[in-house]
Design a protein around this ligand. Structure first.
Ligand SMILES: Cc1ncc(COP(=O)(O)O)c(C=O)c1O
Length: 356
């Protein structure tokens, strides 16, 4: 009898599945989603657009019209190319697979987005994590030293970072890009709507930089659409390992339609930025709580006992992310997604009780 254990890679056998908790009935502040849906008239028109989509046909593998619209709306240089992914998660996987020469390494600041390390594991690249400083800012000297020592194929620079919310300085990024002459530097701008800073306009100024974006945090997490912007020479290589038809027809049609109304999503992001400021001040005033500066739609907060605070929130049906065990630099930290005002008030009330 053949068992999975006889066939599957030992490192895969020892992995655990990416856990997504069931949030039914909870105030959901754990996954950096936009709490707002589309306004009803726009949703109705989207419904009409989607009803007209030919579900019997495969999608275009690299839809030029959608790529051009993304470039125009997001301010990419006209000479840049675009590659679409089923979320930026898929692009992260494709980059790792394409670069996985024997002995190749992937380097990223830690704590950081878990999929960088996972993509390295899946593609059998060695992951090199470079710890942030204790205040969770980028340790640029350590980054330069690690790049010189490990000569990584891929360097990730999240701009800003998850789960810390830190926005690295442009001067630090310039130093990393200049030092990483033998690497591809991927600037991950998943949280750009909340940071309002971008390298997308500069992406062609360097031969070793690509910029990654997603529509997830802007309010379209459900359609799964990420995109990579950069020189054709890079993107054509990643395209070779793209699963065929990776972005489905409904996603393509929805994105094309909603990009014509991106002002609606940008207004929602502006509200969330205002809410972030209010929430940071309120949480920071709670006894024992330290809020780290955030350029994203979440706050990283250190409390005296993160497990107890997390349990109190769970009991009150408020779901946040307990990142306290993820990395030593995050001990007793919770990551709180910024929600709608009512949701934030509910979370704040429970936290206040838990910390008093
Ligand atoms: C820094 C960062 N990059 C990329 C992603 C993946 O985004 P998606 O796959 O939804 O496009 C996330 C998701 O949380 C993230 O935090």
């Amino acid at each position: 009898m053949t068992k999975p254990a006889d066939i599957i890679r030992p490192d895969v056998l020892s992995m655990t599945t990416y856990a997504v908790p069931d949030a039914t009935g909870f105030v959901k502040l754990d996954a950096m989603e936009n709490p707002y849906t589309l306004p009803e008239p726009l949703a109705a028109r989207l419904g009409e657009v989607l009803a007209g989509v030919a579900l019997n046909r495969y999608p275009l593998p690299r839809p030029a019209a959608l790529g051009d619209k993304l470039k125009a709306v997001m301010g990419a240089p006209s000479g840049a190319d675009v590659l679409l992914g089923n979320g930026s998660d898929e692009l992260i996987s494709m980059i790792a697979v394409a670069c996985a020469k024997p002995g190749a390494k992937l380097l990223a600041p830690t704590p950081g987005f878990v999929m960088y390390q996972m993509s390295a594991k899946f593609a059998q690249l060695e992951f090199v994590g470079v710890p942030h400083r204790a205040d969770l800012t980028l340790d640029v000297e350590a980054m330069l030293a690690a790049i010189a020592e490990h000569k990584p194929a891929i360097v990730y620079l999240p701009y800003p970072n998850n789960p810390t919310g830190t926005l690295y300085s442009d001067a630090d990024i310039e130093r990393v890009v200049a030092a990483a002459t033998g690497s591809l530097v991927v600037i991950d701008e998943a949280y750009q709507p909340f940071a309002q800073k971008s390298w997308i306009g500069r992406v062609l100024d360097y031969d070793n930089v690509v910029v990654m974006r997603t529509v997830s945090k802007l309010g379209l997490a459900g359609i799964r659409l990420g995109y990579l912007v950069g020189a054709r020479a890079w993107l054509d290589e990643f395209d070779k390992v793209r699963p065929p038809y990776n972005v489905n027809v409904l996603t393509q049609a929805a994105a094309e339609f909603i990009l014509d109304h991106v002002d609606v999503l940008e207004a929602q992001a502006a509200e969330l930025r205002a809410e972030r400021a209010k929430l940071a001040q309120a949480v920071g005033a709670l006894p024992g709580a330290t809020v780290f500066p955030s350029a994203a739609n979440f706050l990283l907060v250190r409390v005296p006992d993160a497990d107890a605070a997390f349990r109190a929130l769970l009991n009150a049906k408020v779901l946040v992310k307990n990142v306290g065990k993820m990395h030593p630099l995050l001990s007793n930290c919770l990551r709180l997604t910024v929600g709608a005002p009512g949701e934030n008030a509910q979370m704040l009330a429970v936290l206040q009780q838990a910390l008093n």
